[in-house]
Design a protein around this ligand. Structure first.
Ligand code: AMP
Length: 413
């Protein structure tokens, strides 16, 4: 689903593309249409899911379509628990509002009030603030009577930090006629209570999965060419300390092929995908659960909701294009306090997907080489098509080729 089908105008869609976002994340898909439509929304999503843009983008859309009642009157207020988060939201908004004339100010403590007061004097459309400093400035410098849109970001954290009295005071200064959005990582009784106080018939959108892979999972990338993946997998699995391994394949056909090759190499393997009958799937899963096979090769859809205890390793034979799928896949291991390893094969074609994932999770995943494994493709040349054989083998040969002294002399002479 493209961004433009979420109800955003071409100008904003252009800024999104300029920012390098190609497709909306699940929270963006779920929240943006409601917000553009004017509803109050409770968004349950964690950092790293793209939640900032999920409210910033529709907010920019609303600001563009509703005229300001006066040049110096702020129309949107975003409250965040920490300076870092407020600064981050400010930065994201600056990037996404590049094609729009939206004046904004970030208001938080620990720095001089002066530039903040001056910005307010010049006139802003959007205030991004932490509760403490905003309250300080509300005495003399901030007028919230023109606010039409209010966002409480990481509301659960604001409550944990004891900001409830301040938030109440700020909310009391806002006009009743407004659209209110509340974002939190998890829903709780306290959140329900303040939602009932501040929001009107809110739509609840929830993104269940964590975007930041569980800390209990150790992750590695193994750069490898396409044609060497199977041999690398066999080599890795020859280590019997990998006791319970879930291997992900992009396609059903691929899953069958991998399982066949592993079994042929003497590694007991079952396959799980939607082309198999229910009986076959149950049998595969049971064999894996009862440790009769050490390896299960599955596709994303077949593995959805799979809850097998004690999976020691997840191996992405094919790297998933969507970050959510990566997170979902590696979440199959390291469940409930147990630890696990996630290994992902990465071909040059996968690099854009890796970049996207690292950007979304704000983490760089360590790259590894398996010691003693022959990564060269020369032994395989006769099995691949001439075109791919040329591109891969030639590339590596060219990069290591050095002119011999005689040829160098010839060039110079
Ligand atoms: P957040 O969850 O708002 O902290 O966002 C996490 C990271 O994802 C930020 O670095 C954003 O720039 C990035 N991001 C947000 N939405 C998208 C998207 N649709 N495509 C790619 N990156 C995104």
């Amino acid at each position: 689903m493209p961004f433009r089908s979420l109800g955003l105008s071409p100008k904003i869609v252009q800024s999104i593309h300029d920012a390098g976002y190609q497709t909306p994340t699940p929270i963006q898909r779920a929240a943006i249409p409601h917000i553009v439509g004017g509803a109050d929304v409770i968004g349950i999503a964690q950092t790293g899911t793209g939640k900032t843009a999920a409210f910033v983008l529709p907010l920019l859309e609303r600001l563009a379509s509703t005229p300001s009642i006066g040049r110096h009157v702020p129309r949107a207020l975003i409250l965040a628990p920490t300076r870092e988060l407020a600064a981050q939201i400010d930065q994201a908004m600056g990037q996404l509002a590049r094609n729009q004339r939206v004046q904004r100010v970030a208001i938080f403590g620990g720095v001089s009030e002066r530039p903040q007061i001056e910005a307010l004097r010049r006139g802003v459309d959007v205030i991004i603030a932490t509760p403490g400093r905003l309250l300080d400035l509300m005495r003399r410098h901030v007028d919230l009577r023109g606010i039409r849109y209010a966002v409480f970001d990481e509301a659960d954290r604001m409550l944990d930090m004891g900001f409830l009295p301040q938030i109440r005071q700020i909310a009391a200064a806002l006009p009743k006629q407004r659209q209110t959005l509340l974002f939190c990582a998890t829903m709780s009784k306290e959140i329900e209570k303040i939602a009932a106080e501040f929001l009107r018939s809110p739509q609840i959108v929830e993104i269940g999965r964590r975007a930041n892979p569980a800390d209990t999972v150790t992750q590695w990338l193994y750069p490898v060419s396409h044609s060497r993946k199977t041999d690398l997998l066999i080599r890795i699995l020859s280590d019997r300390s990998l006791t319970s391994v879930l291997v992900f394949s992009r396609t059903k056909h691929g899953a069958d092929k991998i399982a066949r090759k592993l079994n042929h190499a003497g590694i007991e393997t079952a396959a799980l995908h939607s082309n198999r009958s229910q009986n076959q799937r149950t049998a595969a899963l049971n064999a894996f659960r009862n440790s009769r096979v050490r390896v299960l090769v599955a596709t994303d859809i077949a593995a959805r909701g799979l809850d097998v205890e004690g999976i020691s390793h997840v191996i992405n034979f094919d790297f998933p294009p969507q970050p959510e799928d990566y997170v979902h896949r590696i979440g199959r291991t390291g469940r409930a306090e147990a630890t696990g390893d996630a290994i992902s094969f990465v071909t040059p074609d996968d690099e854009p997907s890796v970049k996207l994932l690292e950007r979304m999770t704000r983490k760089t995943i360590e790259r590894r080489k398996l010691h003693g494994f022959d990564y060269s493709e020369n032994t395989r040349l006769q099995h691949v098509t001439p075109a791919s054989a040329f591109s891969n083998s030639e590339r590596s040969r060219v990069s290591t080729w050095k002119p011999r002294p005689s040829s160098r002399r010839r060039v110079r002479g």
